[in-house]
Design a protein around this ligand. Sequence first.
Ligand SMILES: [Zn+2]
Ligand SMILES: [Zn+2]
Length: 251
Amino acid sequence: MTCPHCNNPLSFITIDTVDGQTQTIDECLNCGGHFLPPFLANFLSVETAKNIDSVLPKSKTVPSVGPVCPKCGQSMSSIKDDAVPETVTVFTCPNNHGDFFPKGQLLSFKKAQQAKIYYHKLWGIPLKSAMAVIIPLVIVFSAISIMPSVIKQLGISQESRVKAGDILTPPLITPVSDTQVLISFSTKNQAITSIRFTEGLNQLFFASQTPQTNHLVSVDNLIPGTLYKYVIILNIKGKITTTEEYIFATP
Ligand SMILES: [Zn+2]
Ligand SMILES: [Zn+2]
């Protein structure tokens, strides 16, 4: 593959995610940019981002043309979203092949993301606004397998996964600490959604109280090293659907 920005060959580097997985990303030694699989940037520590962005590029000139996706050749657009500050530039592939961070931008994004998470924790700002820290995922409902393997989830039979895939994306678990996770997912149609725990907790959480397509719940006061099971309840125009059980474990 070649660099989205300067067209030089990309090289692989191996990195560790905050949930203990090993992933590969693409690095351009010429311009110092990085191409990451979708959503992966949300799972890197600031320290890892600092290491990644410490690459010394050969060239300092920034191309005037916008980047193109190294996988499909389509123009990548810069993400204009609450999650990405105006001072940070992140490009994303319209076909969800990944995100491109020009030199220095990954570290800037991670610093901004962490500052925002701390701010919300410190001020106890309600759940919804936490959506504002996660790089969004372009939703492609026809290809469930595009989801990165960064979610620790077990126990969903192939059959129910395909069925659920028609109405919602597999939920993504973003660990904030060993006692708090964010559970996020998207629905194909606007829905009112809630999450009911079936193991580990005995509680119902509202994800969306008005019909929408992006849903997020912050669950805290969890116990480290514990297995939790939950179902998602969707209300689409009055029709109630309950998914199969999903599972995650706290670190
Ligand atoms: Zn490059
Ligand atoms: Zn692409």
